[in-house]
Design a protein around this ligand. Structure first.
Ligand code: FAD
Length: 438
């Protein structure tokens, strides 16, 4: 019986000190109570936790950064494998490689690699988990130069549903390597990612042009057209916040002197009411949104991929779902190195995406739940006619229909075959699930 080794401080039961902290995740709406939390300190602990859960017939949830907006990481009455103690990182600057454990946050990776002026693609909020973000694809400010986070993983160490430890790379279990690059947490628990690093330096620039709502549509049209010519150092961004202010701009990673040409082109977008062009370090850039995106607020969000952004879509974006309280909406450009990777290379789908659309809202009073959620749904529905798919990591409560939108039919069939090989009993199902019997 493996449970004998699961004792002491590594196991938290309801009522234990630390239990409530460990089960609390980013979205303040999630209040799940696992029967047992295993704070994994090693790959062996993960093996024991998986075997124990199976012996006890408990559902498994895998927690890294805890950013799953629907709380997949925390199983109600199940066994939560809390990977957060597994957050070590080792960097070999000469080989341009980093080995990071499966429970680490993005900030750990960025800070360790930036000591050498190196980095790899990671998301835009430093308290997001390396685990969930990378397994779903991983979009960030370096993706147009170097591909998604998953395109930069050289190997994975993973614990299977049988409690076996396996490695996947281009040469070891290549079919699993393919599936782990975008297929989410469906195949096992990844305890280590080996990343390829790039000499990006430490300098970045953020340009933001603020427009009143009545001038945003023509500005967005010009912004869209300019995006087609953007250098890969630039990732175009646009948002309309709950303060009804529209901000168009770009994030530049690399020597800011080289951004001068693009800054001049932005002057042709229209008449902004304010302009902000700021240089900052890469580490600052990567944590710039940490406070806005802080823990504990109630949250609801949805997303779409857009392969095109016609004028009608711009009108719908600016309208944010019509009447009632408006949620925030945002766009982030894809293209560049993301689209260079051959489509068949990884489970991640939708490489031809032009922009990723996201809509979301945050609040504190539970009495507002219904009206807030309805507003985000309206805004997502208004953009749905222009959508070409969805990013698996942007899914919330869409269920199986969302998974079908996240992958092409061909890739989904391949993912189902892989799921049957690695997890035929669907032990890892608290995720955007690839069902083995689909
Ligand atoms: P968790 O809730 O801990 O994990 C989510 C799921 O991932 C788990 O249920 C499990 O199935 C799986 N998982 C996590 N770790 C492992 C592991 N080691 N092994 C196996 N399975 C694992 N995405 C982007 O691409 N770019 C962004 O810039 C970005 N910014 C974000 C900012 C915020 C504030 C939020 C809330 C989300 C953001 N996302 C972004 C989406 C993010 O990638 C997903 O929410 C992702 O699932 C979060 O991973 P996590 O480890 O933090 O979450």
């Amino acid at each position: 019986m493996t449970t004998t080794t699961l004792t002491g401080s590594r196991v938290l039961l309801p009522g234990d000190a630390g239990y409530d902290d460990a089960r609390t995740v980013w979205n303040g709406m999630i209040d799940h109570h696992p029967r047992m939390i295993v704070r994994a300190e090693s790959t062996d602990d993960v093996v024991t936790a998986v075997r124990t859960a199976r012996e006890l017939g408990l559902e498994i949830g895998v927690r890294c950064g805890g950013h799953s907006s629907v709380g997949h990481a925390v199983p109600d009455d199940g066994l939560m494998i809390d990977l957060t103690p597994l957050s070590g990182v080792r960097v070999d600057p000469a080989a341009r490689r980093a080995w990071i454990q499966g429970g680490a946050l993005l900030g750990v990776l960025d800070r360790a690699t930036q000591k050498y002026g190196l980095a790899t693609t990671a998301g835009n909020v430093s308290h997001t988990g390396v685990g969930g973000l990378t397994l779903g694809g991983g979009m960030g400010w370096l993706a147009r130069q170097y591909g998604l986070a998953c395109d930069n993983v050289a190997s994975y160490t993973m614990v299977t549903a049988e409690g076996e430890v396996v490695r996947a790379s281009r040469t070891e279990r290549p079919e699993l390597f393919w599936g782990l690059r975008g297929g989410g947490g469906n195949f096992g628990v990844v305890t280590e990612f080996e990343f390829v690093l790039h000499p990006v330096g430490t300098r970045t620039l953020v340009a933001e042009y603020t427009f009143p709502l009545d001038r945003v549509v023509p500005a967005l049209k010009a912004w869209r057209d300019l995006n087609a010519e953007a250098p890969r150092e630039a990732t175009f961004t646009a948002s309309i916040g709950k303060d009804d202010v529209a901000t168009l701009g770009f994030v530049w990673v690399g020597d800011p002197e080289r951004a001068g040409g693009l800054l001049r082109r932005f002057e042709t977008l229209g008449r902004p009411s304010a302009t902000s062009v700021r240089e900052m370090s890469y580490v600052e850039l990567q944590s710039r949104e940490d406070t806005v995106e802080r823990h504990s607020l109630r949250r609801y969000s949805k997303g779409h991929y857009l392969r095109q952004f016609p004028d009608e879509a711009i009108e719908a974006f600016a309208d944010r779902g019509g009447s009632g309280p408006r949620p925030s909406v945002g766009l982030q450009a894809y293209g560049g190195a993301i689209a260079d990777v051959p489509d068949e290379d990884a489970a991640f789908s939708h490489r031809a995406t032009l922009f990723e659309f996201g809509t979301g809202t945050s609040w504190t009073d539970r009495a507002e739940d219904e009206v807030r959620i309805a507003a985000a749904r309206r805004s997502a529905a208004a953009m749905a006619p222009f959508a070409s798919g969805v990013y698996v990591n942007a899914l919330s409560d869409e269920g199986a229909e969302g998974v079908r939108r996240a992958y092409s039919a061909e890739k989904l069939a391949k993912l189902v075959a892989l799921k049957r090989a690695y997890d035929p009993h669907n032990v890892f199902h608290l995720n955007h699930n690839i069902q083995p019997d689909l």
